[in-house]
Unconditional design. Structure first.
Length: 160
């Protein structure tokens, strides 16, 4: 059975900023840790320059931040009124479909960085263990609440 071709919407632009910000924070802490390790290794191994390890970590971190637009562009989502489609990934492409009738619990989360950039994450919990939680990051809080309310209305209707 082939799935219908459902056009996916991109994430909000604010999610790109969230991804870059998270990458910058991670890079900062990893570079500081690598500097401490490089200093220790530089004393233990005199042939290793003290700056080599932190420079390598910093360059990898900057590369990760530079690739944030590509990772952001690989996300897409669609709400059909009966199911939520969430697609992501480049090398390993994932397309998850969550029927509204299978949702047991719905969360709308928004951390301080997400609030700063005007995005939220919709979290759907379904029955089961592996893959029972589906996250849709990078949508506006209003959109997340609209989808949440639509799923709640779908669930509160008469199932028979």
């Amino acid at each position: 059975m082939l799935l219908p071709d459902i056009p996916l919407q991109p994430l909000e632009r604010g999610q790109l900023h969230v991804m870059r910000f998270a990458g910058a924070i991670t890079t900062t802490f990893l570079t500081a840790g690598a500097a401490a390790a490089g200093w220790g290794l530089g004393h233990a191994l005199p042939w290793l320059p003290v700056w080599a390890v932190p420079l390598g970590v910093a360059l990898l971190g900057l590369w990760s931040i530079a690739l944030a637009p590509r990772r952001w562009a690989r996300w897409g989502w669609a709400w059909t009124g009966r199911e939520l489609h969430v697609a992501s990934g480049w090398l390993t492409r994932s397309h998850t479909i969550v029927p509204a009738s299978r949702v047991q619990h719905i969360d709308v989360t928004q951390g301080p960085v997400e609030r700063m950039f005007g995005v939220a994450t919709l979290v759907l919990h379904t029955a089961g263990t592996a893959g029972s939680e589906v996250d849709l990051p990078g949508i506006s809080r209003e959109t997340a609440e609209e989808i949440r309310d639509a799923i709640r209305e779908h669930l509160s209707g008469d199932p028979w």
